[in-house]
Design a binder for this molecule. Structure first.
Ligand SMILES: [Zn+2]
Length: 221
């Protein structure tokens, strides 16, 4: 084979090895670039009530609808956030299983996510307090709830000290997980810098099934 010199073969080999070595970095960069685009194309229509089924499609693609601001979240953005407290309510899995429904157990104890648009508090607008579905601790006041159009209940602020944060590197991305500080139950994720016009530029994206609700008259009783 006179056309393939030794140096050509050697160069090709080096390029091939380098490509394989760099593949994870390339994929990671691509996913960083794509997440904001996904937010624009998927979430914006649903915010104006046009595409109610699109978030379902996003859900099947690694739950992109739930990770809208991933692209704007740096590795160290969790720095100012509070790590979870040591839970006061500690139970064995068997005890949680006995207390919770299978779907509640999957979300609260196994960090699952309910299907978008399926939760009972997604469009819930009553005045009151949202409490932990596992331990009843107060988590969010209804006045901090807003319509994000993402398919899950959204709050811009938790009751002080009620919610802790963990870095979540599952699903090939980096997100901030939020948990109940009283029992460690998984609530959802928090996203920053989406400019929904709230006093705090955050979106606590919480599974309905992780919460209960007490209307104001109940909360005072
Ligand atoms: Zn709890």
């Amino acid at each position: 084979m006179p056309s393939l010199s030794r140096s050509t073969i050697l160069t090709s080999l080096i390029v091939l090895i380098f490509s394989i070595y760099m593949l994870p970095t390339i994929l990671r960069t691509a996913s960083n670039r794509l997440a904001p685009l996904a937010r624009k194309s998927i979430l914006t229509p649903s915010r104006v009530g046009v595409a109610t089924t699109t978030p379902l499609a996003a859900f099947s693609l690694f739950n992109l609808g739930n990770t809208a601001s991933f692209g704007s979240m740096g590795r160290n953005d969790i720095g100012n956030d509070e790590a979870p407290l040591e839970p006061k309510v500690v139970k064995q899995d068997s005890e949680w299983r006995a207390q919770l429904s299978p779907e509640q157990f999957r979300v609260l104890r196994q960090k699952g996510t309910e299907a978008p648009g399926s939760g009972k508090y997604n469009k819930h607008k009553e005045d009151g307090v949202y409490t932990c579905g596992a331990c009843d601790a107060p988590l969010y006041k209804s006045k901090t709830k807003f319509d994000s159009g993402c398919g899950w209940p959204a709050f811009y602020e938790a009751i002080p000290g009620a919610v802790g944060r963990n870095v979540d590197r599952s699903m090939f991305m980096e997100r901030i997980e939020i948990v109940c500080n009283n029992c460690g139950g998984h609530l959802g994720h928090v996203f920053k810098g989406e400019k929904f016009g709230n006093p705090i530029d955050e979106r606590h994206c919480v599974n309905s099934i992780s919460m209960d609700f007490k209307a104001d008259d109940q909360a005072k009783a």
